[in-house]
Design a protein around this ligand. Structure first.
Ligand code: RTP
Ligand code: MG
Length: 141
């Protein structure tokens, strides 16, 4: 499996819990490298555009409301099989179904406020990385 990049977001609930460091530490311990990072306060347009694939879903309004409720940390993670590896570290979308030891099992309580986002395919990763970062903001290492 080749080296990949994926977009990770530490969501407002996890930032509010002061868990930024613990979450990034899990990525690093799993062999993923942070090659870009910034803290942002998303507005409705930026959060809605990010989750545009869910625009028609009943939870879309709540999702945008949650993602704009406080600062987030967006980062690009790089490593072997980074997209699947990050999804494994995150655990299931619903924290109640997330495997023990995953980020969502340990830091989240509800499906609406579930601590982290991770790209779900190479196509999403490419789109999502470009949505938040210019090429010049990514630092290969
Ligand atoms: P994410 O995109 O945030 O990494 O989460 P995911 O791939 O695990 O889940 P996805 O299907 O892409 O859904 C995006 C976010 O929408 C909220 N959601 N709520 N109430 C519901 O049935 C429901 N389904 C999804 C979650 O907060 C999820 O992270
Ligand atoms: Mg998703």
């Amino acid at each position: 499996m080749a080296t990949q990049r994926t977009l990770s977001i530490i969501k407002p609930d996890a930032v509010a819990k002061n868990a930024i460091g613990e979450i990034i530490s899990r990525f690093e311990k799993a062999g993923l490298k942070v090659v870009a990072a910034k803290m942002l306060k998303l507005d409705d347009d930026k959060a809605g555009g990010f989750y545009a694939e869910h625009k028609e879903r009943p939870f879309f309004k709540d999702l945008v409301g949650f993602m704009t409720s406080g600062p987030v940390v967006v980062q690009v993670l790089e490593g072997e099989d980074a997209i699947a590896k990050n999804r494994d570290l995150m655990g299931a979308t619903n924290p109640k179904e997330a495997a023990p030891g995953t980020i969502r099992a340990d830091f989240a309580e509800t499906i609406d406020a579930n601590a982290v986002h991770g790209s779900d395919s190479p196509e999403s990763a490419e789109r999502e990385i470009a949505y938040f970062f210019q090429d010049s903001e990514i630092c290969p290492r």
